[in-house]
Design a protein around this ligand. Structure first.
Ligand code: NAD
Ligand code: UDP
Length: 345
C-alpha cells in the first residue's frame, strides 16, 4: 500500500493559499515549481490571468525575483522559497514541475544537485500528487534524445545518450524522471502529463543564461564577439515562449489517457551559423563572429516531429524565428539599458 509511509503523518501541511479568496469551482489551485524561472514565470502569468490560484515554489538558483515581481498584483499568487529536493505538502489540484536548471553551463555547474533535482525532486512531487490526488505535469526535454540518430525526433525514439558525459546529469536525470512519472501512473494511478520541450527562447531569459539565443542577442547588443561553438553547422529548432506555454496548458487540460511524452517545439530548423547571422541582421550589430571549441557531446541536429501535439492538442507554433527574435531583442535591449542591479535581481 502506497500510504504505508503516509507523509501526512510526518510532513506538516503548509497553509499557503488557505487565505485565498473563495474561487469558483471551475478554477484550480496550481503549484508551479521553478515558477521564478524563464518558462515558469510565463506559465504563472498565464494561469493567474485565467483566474487560477498559483503557488510558485522556487529555490532561486537560476530563477529571478524580478521575473515574478509584476505577479504580486494578483491576490491569488503566493511564492515559497523552497528546494524540491526536500518534501513539501500543499493542498493543490494540479502541479507543473518545471524546477531544474535548463542551460548547459547552469546544470553542469553542480551536476549532482541537477540529478538530485530531477530524481529526488520528481519523487517528492509525485508523492505530493499521489497524496493530494493532483494531476502532475513534467517539463521533460528534447535532451532525452541525446545526439539523435533519428531525424526529426519522434516520441517513440529512445534516444542516443551518453550515461556519464558532461550533459548526463541533465539528460539521464530527465530520463529517470520520465520513468518515475510513468511508474507512479502505473502503480498508483497518478494522472501524469509529460512534455518534451525543444529549445525555447524569449523575454525573461537571464542575460547570463548561457543558452545560444540569449548569448547571441546580448553579445550583439553589447557589440561583443558572437561565440559560435564548433563550425556552426549543428542545428536546433527554436520555439518562442508564448507558443510553448500555450501547448503546456493544452496538454494539462487534455484527457487523462494522454500521458505523453508529447514533443513541443517549433519544427523550423536552423544551423547555429544561420542563427548568428539572423541576430546580427536584426540587431544591426557590428559584432564579429568568433569560433569556440564545440562542447563534448553537443548534439549535431535537433528538430521535433510535432504530429502528436498537432493531432491530440490542436497545437502548432505561430511565431516564426524572425518575429520571436524581434520580441526577444526588444526585451534585452530594454534590460541592458537599465542598471546591472535591475538586471540580476
Ligand atoms: P530556468 O533555469 O530559467 O528555470 C528553472 C527554475 O527552476 C529556476 O527558477 C530555478 O531557480 C528553479 N530551480 C532549479 N532547481 C530547483 C530546485 N531544486 N528546487 C526549486 N527550484 C529549482 O530554465 P527554464 O528554461 O525556465 O526551464 C524550465 C524547465 O523546462 C526545466 O525543467 C527545463 O529542464 C525544462 N526545459 C526547458 C527548455 C527550454 O528551452 N527553455 C528546454 C527543455 C526543457
Ligand atoms: N552555442 C553556441 N554559442 C553559444 C552558446 C551555445 O554556438 O554562445 C551552441 C551550442 O554549442 C549548441 C547550440 O548552440 O550547439 C545550442 O546550445 P544551447 O546551450 O542553447 O542549447 P542545447 O545545446 O542544450 O540545445
Amino acid at each position: 500500500n502506497y500510504f504505508r509511509n503516509d507523509f501526512r503523518k510526518t510532513l506538516p501541511s503548509l497553509n499557503e493559499g488557505n487565505d485565498f479568496p473563495r474561487r469558483p469551482k471551475n478554477l484550480k489551485r496550481i503549484l508551479v515549481t521553478g515558477g521564478a524561472g524563464f518558462l515558469g514565470s510565463h506559465l504563472c502569468e498565464l494561469l493567474l490571468g485565467a483566474g487560477h490560484e498559483v503557488i510558485c515554489v522556487d529555490n532561486f538558483s537560476t530563477g529571478l525575483r524580478r521575473n515574478i515581481a509584476q505577479l504580486k498584483r494578483f491576490d491569488t499568487f503566493r511564492v515559497i522559497a523552497h528546494d524540491i529536493v526536500e518534501p513539501i505538502d500543499l493542498e493543490v489540484d494540479e502541479i507543473y514541475n518545471l524546477a531544474c536548471p535548463a542551460s548547459p553551463p547552469h546544470y553542469q555547474a553542480d551536476p549532482i544537485q541537477t540529478m538530485r533535482t530531477c530524481v529526488v525532486g520528481s519523487l517528492n512531487l509525485l508523492d505530493l500528487a499521489a497524496r493530494r490526488g493532483a494531476r502532475i505535469f513534467q517539463a521533460s526535454t528534447s535532451e532525452i534524445y541525446g545526439d539523435p540518430q533519428v531525424h526529426p525526433q519522434v516520441e517513440s525514439y529512445w534516444g542516443n545518450v551518453n550515461p556519464f558525459g558532461p550533459r548526463s546529469c541533465y539528460d539521464e536525470g530527465k530520463r529517470c524522471a520520465e520513468t518515475l512519472f510513468h511508474d507512479f501512473h502505473k502503480v498508483h494511478g497518478v494522472e501524469i502529463k509529460i512534455v518534451r520541450i525543444f529549445n525555447t527562447y524569449g523575454p525573461r531569459m537571464r542575460p547570463d543564461d548561457g543558452r545560444v539565443v540569449s548569448n547571441f542577442i546580448v553579445q550583439a547588443l553589447k557589440g561583443e564577439d558572437i561565440t559560435i561553438h564548433g563550425d556552426g553547422s549543428q542545428t536546433r529548432s527554436f520555439c518562442f515562449v508564448d507558443d510553448l506555454i500555450d501547448g503546456f496548458v493544452r496538454l494539462m487540460a487534455s484527457p487523462s489517457a494522454l500521458t505523453g511524452p508529447v514533443n513541443l517545439g517549433n519544427p523550423g530548423e536552423f544551423t547555429i551559423s544561420e542563427l548568428a547571422e539572423q541576430v546580427i541582421h536584426q540587431t544591426g550589430s557590428r559584432s564579429k563572429i568568433v569560433r569556440r571549441p564545440l562542447p563534448v557531446d553537443d548534439p549535431r541536429q535537433r528538430r521535433p516531429d510535432i504530429s502528436l501535439a498537432t493531432e491530440a492538442l490542436g497545437w502548432r507554433p505561430t511565431v516564426n524565428l524572425s518575429e520571436g527574435l524581434a520580441r526577444t531583442i526588444g526585451y534585452f535591449d530594454g534590460l541592458l539599458s537599465g542598471s546591472d542591479r535591475k538586471v540580476m535581481e
